[in-house]
Write a protein that binds this ligand. Sequence first.
Ligand code: AMP
Ligand code: ZN
Length: 465
Amino acid sequence: MTVRLHSTLTKRREELVPGPDGTVRIYVCGPTVYGRIHIGNARPFVVFSVLKRFLARSGVRVKLVSNLTDVNDKIYDAARAEGVPSSELAARYSDAYIADTDRLGLGRPDAEPRVTESVPAIIDMIATLVDRGLAYAAEGDVYYRVARFPGYGRLSGRNLDDVISTEPGAGKESPLDFALWKGRKPDEDTWWDSPWGPGRPGWHIECSAMAEEALGHGFEVHGGGIDLVFPHHENEIAQSEGAHDGPMAQIWMHNEMLELGDEKMSKSLGNIAPLSDVLDRWPAEVVIAYFLTSHYRSRLPFSEERMAEAEGALARLANALRTLDRAIAGGSEDSHDADLSRTIVEGRDQFFRALEDDFSTPEAFAALFEMVRGTNRAVAAGTAGAAQLREARRELIELLDVLGIAGIDPGPADAVPDEVMALAHERQEARTARDFARADALRDRVRALGFEITDTADGPRVEPA
Ligand code: AMP
Ligand code: ZN
């Protein structure tokens, strides 16, 4: 098996090669915990959790690490506005983040380091950069000396001339430089001592230090939203590759933005739908299908229509499972449908090939739909025995589980699936056209699916047999 992923750094599909001990190590930038996360923030969580599930199912060991940014300006500001200590506000929204993402049912990353628990590693890394002449202390802050790092701008494709740092800083040697350590301001209530005075880490250094602490230098995949390429990931590279030889990560994998009303969903723009609200309205499987029926590198609008489409896609899969359940319960064991066998084998193959090729979850869904067309057809034709159908169902569930949607509810066994309604409708048309042979054949197919058609004065009624 060869997995290829598009890397933002090389702008090509790169082969994913596990590290020396056979593990694929993935670091993903997590949320800043100053409020409930929105459905956009859930996109990297879902994409990278499912990437891990797929790799693990393919026999690859994976270590997935995703941080929580639990100290920064937004957290101080939100805490001040509420009149609570910033540590309390950050702890509350860290818990909320864990609780909200738990509801997706995708499990947790292998480690979720928090900045407030990683300060010694961060201070060590800053000290290394100062020793190497890549950083300097100035008036209680420490800055990265951008002009000293030759590869700066490679990830985002910027020239140094185009880079304008918006970060203020009285003691900066150059406007390009960014803060690694920020000296404490009087009203900041979460801070640490350091060789450069009291303060707290800059945003970018936290990920360099936490990634190295959890995964070592030179891991396989660095992930996050595409909005983080500049300056955050550019700065991470400057820090990590300034402190160590060799690339920070083999592949830089970025999800595109989820949008609401033609703009990136973002707390600062105010156009957000909290993940918890979305999960109150739709089951987790629908939310996951909403994400995965689009490619992670496509922009993704959030809308009622998109959610309805995801619901419809899941309903088709659930209907097929229900149809299988009914046929398995009512069928004999032994007949075998060679076409169905082929469809299942090919579908499974197509499913994994799609995920191996830049994690194409939409094509993986297409493979699932191909498979359920096959099971629906075999059940309607009555050509597959219960043993074969049971095996097909098991295969389907296994693949649904890779995508984290095996928990879909096939619904009550007496609900009438869409394909049965379609057959009943076709029979009615045949009757109207006085094609009774065809109408009878269609009634038999409906019977084979476990339903009976009764003709009433109001038209045909379809019920479980
Ligand atoms: P933040 O808390 O804004 O730093 O975001 C946490 C994670 O969510 C990062 O990986 C971001 O790139 C990602 N993210 C933020 N907003 C969106 C969005 N609208 N669509 C997709 N990913 C996003
Ligand atoms: Zn980060």
